[in-house]
Every structure is written in structure tokens, then in C-alpha cells.
Design a protein around this ligand. Structure first.
Ligand code: GDP
Length: 524
């Protein structure tokens, strides 16, 4: 096997998805600690809450050569090189969050054991499902009283429609948490080994039990866990590598990120099943192998710099084939323009940047002064590929916009056109009155848009929030302007396709009842 082959095979690139507060930051931090990418617990957390001076961050980044503040984190564990892509929640939620899932090979879904499946998890899950990538579940906060594990598993199946397989099972919960019955690794992992005067890991015997004289046997939560596991073995889903790979079955792990219980077991088991980079589809339905010698990749995210002193942005490239080298010649497929990739940054785990190579699965950041658009393909040599278009996501929040200064119409239009093309925001016009409406999946997208219009196009906007709406496209031949009512807004998108913005579910159902023959379509 050649070097590139080996390098590619060691890559594990995934995103962690969750609803805010389920524990994504806490887990990410534990993973980075195991990987040696950070030395102190609390660093990622501090970044999130802003309790960490910016200069300290830059110092850490310089020392470690890792960009912890960025949305890509890389570290080595065992013989694997792990890339974790952040999917921001809260107010940072945006189309970028969805698009990040286009750049990973698997996803880890973190669920709060007391809350079960929450809204944002569900949306992100659906994008993973659409891509057919493997999804791993970590049910967190076992140190607190949560819902019954069996109930959580059935919720996974019912709400998300995915089969589940528990890789381990809680022994007790909350104050009564004693450990995990590790079905997969055939051992019991104790939460408080000192309490039992025992080793942390107790191997299971042939009967799937621990020695009869182990003091844990005296605790009633243990037989209860055994009983649950037996039930699952008899009535639960079968373990299937193929189904995991196809995203049809999710391996479920329990644990407590805060007390660092079950996280390392999760990481080690996850890395055994998480897929290495695979082929990527082109617009022409070709599959490009990650082992292909020539470099290629696509831009899945453009991060604007919120600092007014810098207009630069970073374009994130998922490498699909070949080896990235600083200063290499590439072609931007959309324009056919050739240039050198000098101004780039790699999200490295340490400072030996020059010896490290970035291959398929890795993410590189390119400083962008307005050359790139989301979805752009870059390739080296004669490869000449164009990767599949990234899907558009149905926006949920809308604003009416106009330029504050009527004299600025020209830059207003130019700015909107460019930012829409770049993929920063979606644009609509009302049908008859031709008012501009922008749509986003998260509030922050509007703020970034407003900021960039001001800084890059010198245009101050008047933005009138319209709140959340349900956007549904219809076939142009079904369109009748009388369908428009006070409960919906008729508009067209930038490709001139008609759509309705419904006030709420009720308004949409009313419409569907009134016009049963009109098909209402959503994007993803
Ligand atoms: P995120 O919003 O998903 O990134 O969640 P965080 O990692 O910031 O966690 C949200 C809150 O839950 C914080 O107060 C954490 O300390 C807490 N938390 C995270 N994991 C656990 C856990 O395993 N047990 C308990 N009790 N709290 C946790």
C-alpha cells in the first residue's frame, strides 16, 4: 500500500450533532483531551462562553498549531487521524450547519438522557439520513436521573425511524449510577471502581456475567441491567455492520460527558466502525476515489470574518482525492481559473505542518477575498471534476429588506447578488410588488448578511423581520395568483420558481385542502 493510501485509510471525519445543551461541547472537549490536542478541560467550554481572552486562544493555537477556535478540530488517536467538524447550535445555527454535514463521513448524535430527541437534533439527523452516512448515538448525562433507557431507544426508532443497537447499557442512573454493561467489549465498566474496591473494567464470563463474588452483585441495579440486556438480546435488533454503514442502524452508547464516564470507550469503539473517506460523486455521476492521485475537493462553508478591520473570509475545503501541498496549482472549476494555493491553512493537531500532509477526509481553510462560492470544486492537474451541487435547505426565518439610502441601489443589488450566489443567504421576491425577502435557517445568518452588506458593499439595510414561515414550492403551471391570501405570501426564488410562504401549519393545511391538486414541495 502506498503512503497516500495509508494516510487516507487512517482518516475519520465526522460531525457531532445535537440540540443545544445536550453536551456536545463537553464531549468534544473530552475527545480533544484524549487526542492530546488540548491539555486542559474547560478550554473549549471557555471559548463557547467567551470566558477566555482572545489572546490566550491565539497563544494556544500557536503553541499547538491547532485552530481550536475554528470549526474544524483534528487530532491523532491510536493509528487514526480524527477530524471533528463543528455544527454550531443556538443562534449560530445556519445553512452552514447543514452543509457541514455534506463534508463528513459519519455523524455522532448526542442526546440528553432526560430530554430525549429534541427539535434541532431531528433536523440535523434528517440531513444525515438523506446522505445515508453512518450515525452513532451517545446518550449523555447518565449521572443525572433521566428517562428509562428502553424508552429512549424506542423513541429513536419511532421519532427518527432508525433501528438502534445498544453497544452498552447503563447499570443504574443518576445518584445510583454504578457503571456500564459493555455489550460490545464484553466487560463491565465501573463508574466508581474505588467504591467496590475493584478494577474499572471487569471482563464478562461465558454467561455474560461478572464473578459471583464481585460486590456489584449485591447492588440491585445490576440484576436489573442484566435483565434489560437479556430482553434486548432476545427482542432487540441484531448488530449489523452493513446496516451501520448504510445509516440504517445506529449503535447507541451511554455515558456522562461531564464526569468523563464512557467517553473513551465510546471513542475507541466508534473509531472501529466509523468509515474512512469514500468515493465522491461528481455532477456527471462519476465516482472519484479518495486514492486518486490528483488533488480535488469542494467548498462546503465560507466563514466571514466578523472583525470589521478584516474583510477576508475562510473557505473550507473538504479534500476528496489526492494530496494537498502548500503552493500547489489548482483550478477553480466554475471559472476555469488556475492559481496557486499559497494562502491556506490546515487544521493541524501540532506544529509539524510541513511534514504533515492533507489527504482525502481532511479539511483545509483557504483565505478568500471573494473568489469562492459554496459548492465550488477545486482540482489539480488534469482531473477536471465538478462535484455534485450541495443541496439547498428550506429556510424558516424571513426578513424584508431595502436599502436605507436610495442612492445606494446599485451596490445594494450587487451585494445581494454576490452574497446570494456565494450561498450566504437565500433571496425571494414577492410576486407582484417585487419586494425583496431574504430567508435563512438561523438568525445569525441575517446578522452576518447585514454586516457584510455594510462592510463589503457599503450599504446599510433596513430589515423588517417577518418571523418564521413555512416555505413551499409549487409547479409553475399550477400557479394562480388568486391562491394568494392574507395567510400566505406568494413569491419567487432566484431561479424564478414560485413558492408560498405560509404563516403556519394551519395556513398550509387550509391551502392543501382547498387546492388538493397542487403539490407543495419543500427543499431539504
Ligand atoms: P452543548 O450546548 O450541546 O455544547 O452542551 P454543553 O456541553 O455546553 O453542556 C450543556 C450543559 O450540560 C453544561 O452545563 C454542561 O456542564 C452540562 N453537561 C454536559 N454533559 C453533562 C453530563 O454528562 N452530566 C451532567 N450532569 N451535565 C452535563
Amino acid at each position: 500500500m502506498n503512503k497516500q493510501h495509508q494516510e487516507v485509510d487512517s482518516r475519520r471525519t465526522f460531525a457531532i450533532i445535537s440540540h443545544p445543551d445536550a453536551g456536545k461541547t463537553t464531549i468534544t472537549e473530552q475527545l480533544l483531551l484524549f487526542g492530546g490536542a488540548i491539555r486542559q478541560a474547560g478550554t473549549v467550554k471557555a471559548k463557547k462562553t467567551g470566558n477566555f481572552a482572545k489572546s490566550d486562544w491565539m497563544e494556544i493555537e500557536k503553541q499547538r498549531g491547532i485552530s481550536v477556535t475554528s470549526s474544524v478540530m483534528q487530532f491523532d488517536y491510536d493509528d487514526k487521524r480524527v477530524n471533528i467538524l463543528d455544527t454550531p447550535g443556538h443562534e449560530d445555527f445556519s445553512e452552514d450547519t447543514y452543509r457541514t454535514l455534506m463534508a463528513v463521513d459519519s455523524a455522532v448524535m448526542v442526546i440528553d438522557s432526560a430530554k430525549g430527541i429534541e427539535a434541532q437534533t431531528k433536523k440535523l439527523f434528517q440531513v444525515c439520513r438523506m446522505r445515508g452516512i453512518p450515525i452513532f448515538t451517545f446518550i449523555n448525562k447518565l449521572d443525572r436521573d433521566g428517562r428509562e433507557p428502553l424508552e429512549l431507544l424506542s423513541e429513536l426508532e419511532e421519532v427518527l425511524g432508525i433501528e438502534s443497537y445498544p453497544m452498552n447499557w447503563p447499570i443504574g442512573m443518576g445518584k445510583g449510577l454504578e457503571g456500564l454493561y459493555d455489550v460490545y467489549n464484553k466487560r463491565v465498566e465501573l463508574y466508581r471502581p474505588a467504591h467496590y474496591n475493584s478494577e474499572r473494567f471487569i471482563p464478562l464470563n461465558a454467561e455474560g456475567d461478572i464473578p459471583s463474588d464481585h460486590p456489584l452483585q449485591q447492588n440491585s441495579v445490576f440484576p436489573q441491567a442484566l435483565e434489560d440486556v437479556e430482553l434486548l438480546v432476545e427482542a432487540g435488533n441484531e448488530f449489523s455492520k452493513e446496516k451501520i454503514a448504510a445509516g440504517e442502524l445506529t449503535p447507541v452508547f451511554f455515558g456522562s460527558a461531564l464526569t468523563n464516564f464512557g467517553v473513551q470507550t465510546f471513542l475507541e469503539t466508534f473509531l472501529q466502525f466509523a468509515p474512512k473517506p469514500s468515493d465522491h460523486k461528481t455532477e456527471e455521476d462519476q465516482e472519484i476515489s479518495p486514492y486518486e492521485e490528483e488533488f480535488s475537493g469542494f467548498i462546503f462553508k465560507i466563514q466571514a470574518n466578523m472583525n470589521p478591520a478584516h474583510r477576508d473570509r475562510i473557505a473550507f475545503v473538504r479534500i476528496c482525492s489526492g494530496t494537498f501541498e502548500r503552493g500547489m496549482d489548482v483550478t477553480l472549476e466554475r471559472t476555469g481559473k488556475k492559481f496557486k494555493l499559497t494562502n491556506s491553512t490546515q487544521f493541524m493537531a501540532d506544529t509539524r505542518e510541513n511534514v504533515q500532509e492533507a489527504v482525502a477526509g481532511d479539511i483545509i481553510g483557504l483565505y478568500d477575498t471573494g473568489n469562492y462560492q459554496i459548492g465550488d470544486t477545486l482540482y489539480g492537474g488534469k482531473l477536471k471534476v465538478s462535484y455534485e451541487k450541495l443541496p439547498q435547505f428550506t429556510p424558516e426565518l424571513f426578513m424584508k429588506i431595502t436599502a436605507k439610502n436610495v442612492m445606494k441601489q446599485k451596490s445594494f443589488h450587487k451585494g445581494i447578488q454576490q452574497l446570494v450566489q456565494e450561498g450566504a443567504i437565500q433571496l425571494y421576491k414577492t410576486y407582484l410588488t417585487e419586494e425583496y425577502i431574504i430567508g435563512a435557517v438561523g438568525q445569525l445568518q441575517f446578522e452576518v448578511f447585514q454586516h457584510r452588506m455594510l462592510n463589503e458593499y457599503n450599504t446599510e439595510l433596513i430589515m423588517t423581520p417577518m418571523g418564521s414561515k413555512i416555505a413551499r414550492w409549487i409547479n409553475p403551471e399550477d400557479l394562480d395568483e388568486r391562491m394568494s391570501s392574507s395567510r400566505n405570501i406568494l413569491a419567487r426564488d432566484r431561479f424564478d420558481q414560485p413558492l408560498f410562504l405560509f404563516e403556519n401549519q394551519f395556513a398550509m393545511r387550509w391551502f392543501a385542502d382547498k387546492y388538493p391538486d397542487v403539490e407543495l414541495k419543500s427543499l431539504l
